[in-house]
Ligand binder design. Structure first.
Ligand SMILES: Cc1ncc(COP(=O)(O)O)c(C=O)c1O
Length: 336
């Protein structure tokens, strides 16, 4: 499969490859079964890491970067993807314009000024705040205005969840398979957070190409709705890009909506329990928006036996940890 990926251009942004695959012995013991491993994609390095760095490597590698002087993208106010894009732009000597949607109504100073937003500014990005639902129009207007001024903007789709972006997670599946082989374990399940769908699509394609029967659970963090078609569409585009048809059908993709709670960006009791457990058991920090909910999903799957005591599950830590600081007003009262 390495040869397959070598056909695609990649802008190297990850500091440490492969990212570590480590056991979580105390959490495994606490839950009374299932060997839990963690894939540390929170340690992809650039700008506090996360899954977007992997996707940007291939998405930017696929572009003629000489033709552009500005990267433009969008996300929620505390978007990890926006922060990763701002960092990539800085690394590549480009300017960056971010359209950030007010998806969460949190007026605290920390939410407005700290976490990812603070980092966006440190990277020199220009930030445009827009109302929920106004992103597409705002991007069009921004691109027109930048072009009028003689700038050459490249728009990166939300989450870099294009077929090329998803190649980053084909590569991650390959890494995990090699690491598991070296540890003499076989992976039965992978659990990850799903938003724009590219990470899950890439992992499904990767394990399929490797011929490994790994069940990939996508845990949704909001808004509610069936995400299988979203993932399936990316999977099909990815298969076309790889020139290898996928056998996976849309109905076989697993996306779980049970952890969403009150919606995007709202901490749930189960997510709060997951954050506390992983920190106190194995010293791992999760973010309140994405990975806390996906770990809560994993814990539930182990507790209700859908992941059996004799099986091995990998938790994909997809990053997002700078958001901890943006949620100080929510998190601190729970931990003091
Ligand atoms: C930390 C983190 N984890 C997971 C996701 C979801 O990944 P994807 O957009 O590839 O589905 C996101 C973004 O939405 C994220 O920021």
């Amino acid at each position: 499969m390495k040869h397959l990926l070598d056909r695609f251009n990649r802008v190297p942004l990850i500091s440490i490859t492969p990212t570590p695959l480590e056991p979580m012995p105390r959490l495994s013991a606490r839950l009374g079964g299932a060997q839990i491993l963690i894939k540390r994609d929170d340690l992809t390095g650039l700008a506090f890491g996360g899954n977007k760095i992997r996707k940007l490597e291939f998405e930017l590698g696929h572009q003629d970067l000489e033709a552009y002087d500005t990267l433009v993208t969008s996300g929620a106010s505390q978007s990890n993807h926006a922060r990763a894009t701002a960092a990539a732009a800085a690394r590549l000597g480009k300017r960056c314009e971010l359209v950030l949607e007010r998806r969460v109504h949190d007026s605290s100073r920390a939410y407005r000024l700290s976490g990812n937003i603070l980092i966006d500014h440190l990277y020199g990005a220009t930030v445009h705040h827009v109302d929920d639902g106004d992103v597409e129009n705002s991007i069009d207007a921004l691109v027109a205005s930048l072009t009028n001024k003689g700038r050459r903007p490249l728009v990166i789709p939300p989450g870099a969840s294009t077929a090329h972006g998803a190649l980053g997670y084909v590569r991650c599946a390959l890494e995990m398979a090699e690491q598991a082989r070296a540890m003499a374990v076989s992976i039965d399940h992978v659990v990850l957070s799903i938003g724009s769908g590219g990470s899950q699509a890439g992992l499904i394609a990767g394990f399929e190409l490797l011929g490994l029967p790994v069940t990939v659970w996508g845990i949704c963090h909001g808004p509610p709705g069936d995400k299988r078609q979203l993932v399936f569409d990316i999977l099909q585009e990815l298969a076309a890009t790889l020139e290898l048809p996928t056998k996976t059908r849309a109905c076989e993709i697993i996306t779980e909506s049970g952890q969403i709670g009150a919606g995007y960006g709202h901490l749930t009791p189960a997510a709060e329990e997951a954050m506390t457990l992983t920190a106190s058991m194995d010293g791992v920090l999760l973010d309140p928006v994405y990975t806390a909910k996906s770990m809560a999903g994993l814990i539930q799957l182990v507790r209700n036996g859908l992941i059996a005591p004799h099986e091995t599950v990998v938790f994909l830590h997809s990053g997002g940890t700078p958001a901890i600081f943006a949620y100080a007003d929510t998190l601190l009262p729970l931990h003091r």
